[in-house]
Design a binder for this molecule. Structure first.
Ligand code: SIN
Length: 290
């Protein structure tokens, strides 16, 4: 590892652990993810619990809550503590407009999210975060894990010269990239937006490498070839650097809450012919600033 990479990793791994009084927070890795226990999300949480969960979310970026029996109302109430609920787009037919079904049948050829991405980055105001509640998992040992990667650290591990170059650039995020090979549903207005390539987290001000393979089409300040080469390099980082990521194995009634601003995720489809079912609620974010 280069010295600047070591320095970036150590700045994260040697941070003093936070003390929590009202919830239990066990890190999944030193750089991303935490299992949270001692809370029942079907009940109203106390102000102290909520404040500690908000802190844990900023510290770990992905929170895992196991054994949660939740109705849609419980799920939406919990999400609502973190911001305004984000309607599903395109809207589901004859179903709750805020709840996206994540369902894999025995005959599926692929699953939603089977590639590194963050949700909704082509929108002018991308999502703050998503909460996925999985109630049916493939047979034990049959897969269906989700991977999550820390895009703060992806940025911080780049060389100082590369970081300086990226800091002045923007990127076009285009919903059409995500639909490659598929026809968008009729009437769907495909979102397309330009964001700084390096954004600052609105709550911590920490920098984030904000590009992902599913949505990022082009860096307009560069030639098409330069843009492609740089995006290929940057979008490959979550897959190329295992240190950035954690892998969550689902058990029935697990809710995972991730920060779409600083985390990319990847659903794994390795469980054919087993089935998997869950429901996802998302939270609106604001405009992103560099
Ligand atoms: C997604 O939100 O991309 C789906 C994640 C999953 O099914 O694990």
């Amino acid at each position: 590892m280069e010295q600047y990479e070591l320095d970036a990793v150590r700045a994260v791994t040697t941070r003093p652990a936070k003390e929590y009084r009202t919830v239990t927070v066990d890190p999944v890795t030193p750089v991303i993810g935490a299992e949270v226990s001692g809370v029942d999300l079907s009940k109203e949480l106390s102000d102290d619990q909520l404040a500690e969960l908000k802190q844990a979310f900023l510290d770990h970026h992905v929170l895992v809550f196991r054994g949660q029996e939740l109705t849609d109302e419980d799920h939406k109430r919990f999400a609502g503590h973190f911001g305004e609920l984000r309607p599903v787009n395109p809207p589901p037919v004859d179903a709750d407009p805020y709840v996206l079904e994540i369902s894999t049948g025995a005959e599926a050829d692929n699953v939603a999210g089977n590639g590194w991405h963050a949700d909704g980055t082509a929108d002018a105001e991308p999502s703050l975060g998503s909460m996925l509640h999985i109630t049916r998992v493939p047979e034990p040992g049959s897969g269906g894990d989700t991977l999550f990667a820390n895009m703060h650290l992806a940025y911080e591990m780049l060389s100082p010269t590369m970081r300086e170059l990226l800091d002045g650039l923007t990127a076009i995020h285009d919903g059409l990239v995500a639909f490659q090979g598929y026809t968008p549903p009729e009437g769907y207005v495909i979102p397309k937006s330009e964001h700084p390539l390096v954004v600052r987290h609105p709550e911590t001000d920490r920098r984030i490498l904000y590009v992902n393979k599913a949505y990022t089409a082009r860096i307009p300040q560069l030639s098409p070839d330069e843009s492609r080469a740089l995006l290929d390099l940057l979008c490959a980082l979550p897959a190329q650097r295992p240190l950035l990521s954690c892998r969550i194995r689902w058990t029935p009634n697990t809710l995972v809450f991730w920060d779409n601003r600083c985390v990319q995720h990847h659903a794994t489809y390795d469980y054919h012919p087993h089935t998997r079912y869950g429901r996802r609620v998302a939270i609106n974010g604001g405009p992103l600033k560099g």
